[in-house]
Design a protein around this ligand. Structure first.
Ligand code: G
Ligand code: G
Ligand code: MN
Ligand code: NA
Length: 257
């Protein structure tokens, strides 16, 4: 409750920042994108992770202000990297259900891109399956407009929601991100066989639909090897790169893209 009361002033005070985690192509482990992950640098509690405050923010309009801050912040970061002469990759921002149901979200995104002269292809939005449930019509409409503007849309945590396949059919997505719970036991026996079939069929479905597919939560070389065998084109996870503050990301961009 103390955190909730401070959310709005924390935005104004510049207490939020992003850490960035790389996404890589499986074949050569070249950097293909970054995911922006929100952090609250609280003056008294130190660095706070989103699980501690996103839920609180979602109970009020603070999530809309925070979400708008995030889209603008990602664009401003791209401007800085561009000014530093670094090769750029698309930056993905997570959006919440409340944000997605805002009719003016596409206009807001467009204005940010224009203000910072960022090509739409450099901004990506990650939505979860549960994100869209509240107001499927509004979410679909907004995402279609964003897609038409040239943004990529990822379906995050794929496989954990209640309506995975109908979302794949209805939403204008570009990438399926296979939830890390399906990756954890790959290549280690146990429930691995079931997970292998699920991952393989998700990759086949994505290919059939002409969608990109990425495996989340890759934590060791065995999982990576298994994903290579299965032909999963993109990977993300601690084994490849841990979310890092912006100061450490320039080197990744310089080396990777
Ligand atoms: O690293 P991690 O603890 O960063 O993220 C935990 C969860 O918080 C993930 O489910 C992630 O999607 C979510 N999250 C991270 N950053 C943001 C953000 O900027 N906005 C929203 N809505 N969710 C975020
Ligand atoms: O829901 P979303 O995919 O946006 O969540 C991103 C979250 O996943 C962040 O909290 C990030 O720190 C975490 N994450 C990223 N890679 C790994 C990984 O390899 N293992 C685990 N356990 N978490 C990861
Ligand atoms: Mn995500
Ligand atoms: Na996820």
């Amino acid at each position: 409750r103390e955190l909730q009361a401070r959310l709005d002033s924390a935005i104004d005070n510049g207490e939020f920042c992003f850490h960035y985690q790389g996404k890589f192509d499986t074949a050569q482990l070249r950097l293909v994108g970054l995911e922006a992950l929100l952090r609250w640098d609280h003056p008294r509690h130190g660095l706070i992770y989103p699980n501690a405050f996103i839920g609180l923010a979602e109970q009020t309009d603070a999530i809309v202000a925070l979400g708008n801050w995030g889209i603008d912040a990602a664009c401003r970061q791209l401007v800085q990297w561009r000014a530093a002469g670094l090769p750029l990759v698309p930056v993905a921002v997570n959006v919440s259900a409340r944000q997605l149901c805002q009719a003016h979200l596409p206009d807001f995104v467009l204005r940010c891109l224009q203000r910072h002269a960022i090509p739409p292809g450099l901004l990506e939005l990650e939505v979860t399956e549960s994100c869209c449930i509240d107001d499927m019509a509004q979410a679909t409409l907004g995402l279609r407009r964003l897609r038409a503007l040239g943004l990529a849309i990822s379906l995050d945590d794929y496989g954990t929601g209640h309506a995975g396949l109908s979302h794949v059919r209805m939403l204008p997505i570009h990438t399926i991100k296979i939830d890390r719970s399906f990756i954890r036991d790959l290549g280690s026996g146990g429930s691995a066989d079931c997970d292998t079939v699920i991952v393989a069929s998700t990759i086949a479905m994505a290919r059939g639909l002409g969608l990109q597919v990425l495996a989340e939560g890759v934590e060791d070389g065995e999982q990576l090897a298994q994903l290579r065998r299965l032909g999963c084109p993109q990977v993300q996870g601690f084994y490849l790169h841990r979310p890092a503050p912006v100061a450490e990301v320039a080197a990744l961009l310089a080396a990777g893209a």
